[in-house]
Design a protein around this ligand. Structure first.
Ligand SMILES: C[S@@+](CC[C@H](N)C(=O)[O-])C[C@H]1O[C@@H](n2cnc3c(N)ncnc32)[C@H](O)[C@@H]1O
Length: 237
């Protein structure tokens, strides 16, 4: 279904991943996040490299399941369990519907990712999810993931980021707005969504992400992808 959620002048409340967003999520994410399809494709490729036999693959903030599906379609290992987690009940039921019959050994869990246990993991993905976690709680989450990963396993993070240079940031924001306009969003929709996400989606710069990953235990991390203000990082244990 086409995303028209912000196409009216009513009071703009904080963004939440409820039933109305679930219904349009796949359209929304493709028309709003430059490089989204490439992000998912790269996660699939990385799964082939870092997946391990007899391990768990985690998709944290799984939404409708696109990342979990990429993990499963690219898996080349034996005896692997796919664990898709989201704290939106509407997302979890859509994810379950989308993946049933397509992904074996699947668990779709409704939980806050800050409360779950990560164990025997070879691939953990936070695709556009960390940005919705309180900044001061991010290090604890990354540390937990580090401890739950097997040696040689990978954490993959994609985020909306910012840069500190004001004119460069303004250029990236303008280009992102152009991207949304080119994908059919009106000025009103762009402005309303921006307002709705203002207190919810908290960006950091690339250096902050890389420094935190190091402080949480990862000796090597790579900023391996960027399209406008959306970036992906790979950290290997
Ligand atoms: C932008 S979407 C993620 C997109 C998805 N990973 C993909 O690749 O298509 C963010 C998701 O994170 C979930 N989320 C946000 N905070 C969460 C938390 N604390 N625990 C679990 N899920 C969370 C939201 O419900 C939402 O479905």
């Amino acid at each position: 279904m086409r995303d028209q959620i912000f196409n009216n002048q009513s009071d703009i409340s904080d963004f939440c991943f409820d039933e109305s967003v679930v219904a349009v999520f796949d359209d929304m994410v493709k028309r709003s996040v430059p490089g989204y399809e490439a992000m998912i494709q790269m996660i699939g490729l990385l799964t082939r490299t870092y997946g391990q036999d007899d391990s768990n693959y985690y998709d944290l903030g799984a939404s409708t399941g696109a990342t979990t599906l990429a993990l499963a379609l690219n898996n080349q290992c034996k005896n692997v369990r796919f664990i898709a987690i989201d704290n939106s009940t509407d997302m979890v039921s859509q994810c379950q519907k989308n993946l049933v019959g397509k992904v074996n050994n699947l668990e779709v869990v409704c939980s806050d990712i800050k409360d779950i246990c990560i164990e025997n993991a070879s691939v953990v993905v936070l695709n556009l999810t960390l940005q919705f976690i309180d900044i001061e709680k991010r290090a604890d989450l990354i540390t937990k993931i580090y401890h739950g990963l097997n040696n040689g396993g990978a954490l993959i993070i994609s985020e909306k980021i910012h840069v500190d240079d004001k004119s460069e940031q303004a250029r990236l924001t303008d280009l992102h707005m152009d991207f949304k306009r080119a994908n059919g969003y009106s000025e009103l929709e762009i402005a309303n969504k921006r307002q709705s996400l203002e207190n919810i989606l908290l960006t950091e710069n690339s250096e902050t992400h890389l420094k935190r990953l190091q402080q949480c235990g990862f000796r090597e991390s790579t900023h391996y992808f960027q399209c406008l203000n959306f970036a992906s990082f790979l950290s290997v244990k």
